[in-house]
Write a protein that binds this ligand. Structure first.
Ligand code: ADP
Length: 349
């Protein structure tokens, strides 16, 4: 039954009840027959006029319900931009329309986020597939060359073997990066910044980390300087995570530095017990338009996806996720002269 029919029926029943009551009452009144006829006619006429007025007055109510119904139908058919006009004098319907529109906006926003996440996921899988295929293809061709006995001299043989080794390492690094990203995305409880973790002692970490870079530094005749406050710095971050961030930044500094350059690793105290750790190199620097984007997954300044000399393209996004998990910020700025300074702010323990 339609809303208007129902309301009209309810109204007619109540009017009929009043008319019957009045008609019965008139019988007992001291009125002439003529007066009685007039009173009955007037009562029935008033009842009809009242029903007519009721019919007209119920229309805005019906229109409001219809608007909400149409809006809901459009949303149900997938049009999440559907909104309901709230030009009505009926307060409850106005509030209902406002709430309905807020619900539509929030649905639209959530759906947009789901779609963006799906798109990012698809791109991520495509990028990973591409980056796995490249080293695998060269591994296959080098292995086949060795198997077919094409390589005769010892020097070429060891070059092939060393390429196979370096490609295997690169594959392993990529798989490790993808694994790290997925665990960071899942926000495992161990990564909860509020979870109690032993603070990382900055200088102890450097003593552990820097010797790992000796071969690469020597290969490019790079010098590495460390600037840090006299006192010991205890950072509110798990040592494993701080090492991971620093390692990614230093690896990049080494990779993008010219031969004979200087790399500076610096820890500076900031107000409110915060520390800024930075890694500065003398490389080509990062163009301003790429400075935000290099923290995205697989974003590389050099647009070609040639992996020659490059890493997995995930290092900075992992560093960003880690730093932000501990309430810190990360960024890059041009270094004085030439090169770039990657920095991140963290809290002291
Ligand atoms: P990759 O493993 O390719 O280095 P990253 O996520 O660590 O991936 O870095 C993303 C991109 O940012 C790099 O491909 C490079 O283009 C740019 N980049 C990172 N560090 C530096 C740096 N120190 N100097 C110049 N470019 C850099």
């Amino acid at each position: 039954m339609k809303l208007r029919t129902y309301l009209l029926l309810a109204n007619c029943i109540s009017i009929a009840f009043i008319i019957v009551f009045l008609l019965v009452s008139f019988q007992y009144m001291l009125v002439t027959k003529k007066q009685l006829v007039w009173l009955v006619t007037a009562t029935i006429g008033a009842g009809i006029v009242s029903a007519g007025l009721y019919f007209l007055l119920v229309r805005p109510l019906e229109a409001s319900v219809r608007r909400i119904r149409d809006g809901a139908a459009r949303i149900a058919s997938g049009d999440l931009k559907a909104r309901v006009a709230h030009r009505t004098k009926l307060t409850e319907f106005k509030e209902l329309a406002v709430q309905f529109n807020a619900m539509g906006a929030s649905l639209d926003h959530s759906f947009g986020q789901v779609k963006a996440a799906e798109r990012a996921q698809r791109e991520l899988v495509a990028n990973i597939a591409h980056d796995l295929r490249t080293p695998l293809a060269s591994l296959q061709s080098y292995a086949e060359a060795l198997e077919d006995g094409i390589v005769q001299d010892e020097e070429a043989f060891s070059r092939y073997v060393s390429t196979i080794r370096s490609e295997t390492i690169r594959l392993g690094e990529l798989i490790q990066d993808v694994f790290d990203l997925s665990t960071l995305d899942a926000g495992k409880p161990k990564d909860d910044p509020d979870a109690k973790c032993a603070p990382a002692i900055f200088e102890d970490l450097l003593v552990e980390l820097l010797p790992r870079f000796t071969p690469q530094l020597n290969a490019k005749s790079l010098r590495l300087r460390v600037l840090a406050p006299e006192r010991s710095l205890a950072i509110r971050m798990s040592a494993v995570h701080l090492v991971r961030v620093l390692q990614n930044l230093i690896e990049n500094a080494v990779r993008y530095s010219p031969e004979g350059g200087i790399i500076v690793v610096e820890a500076k105290e900031l107000p409110e017990r915060r520390v800024r750790i930075s890694v500065t190199d003398e490389g080509a620097g990062i163009p301003p338009e790429d400075r935000e984007r290099i923290f995205e997954r697989f974003y590389r300044v050099e647009k070609s996806r040639n992996r020659e000399g490059g890493g997995s393209g995930l290092g900075l996004s992992i560093a960003k996720l880690l730093v932000e998990q501990y309430g810190g910020e990360i960024g890059v700025e041009p270094a004085t002269g030439q090169g770039s300074r990657f920095w991140f702010n963290v809290r002291e323990a």
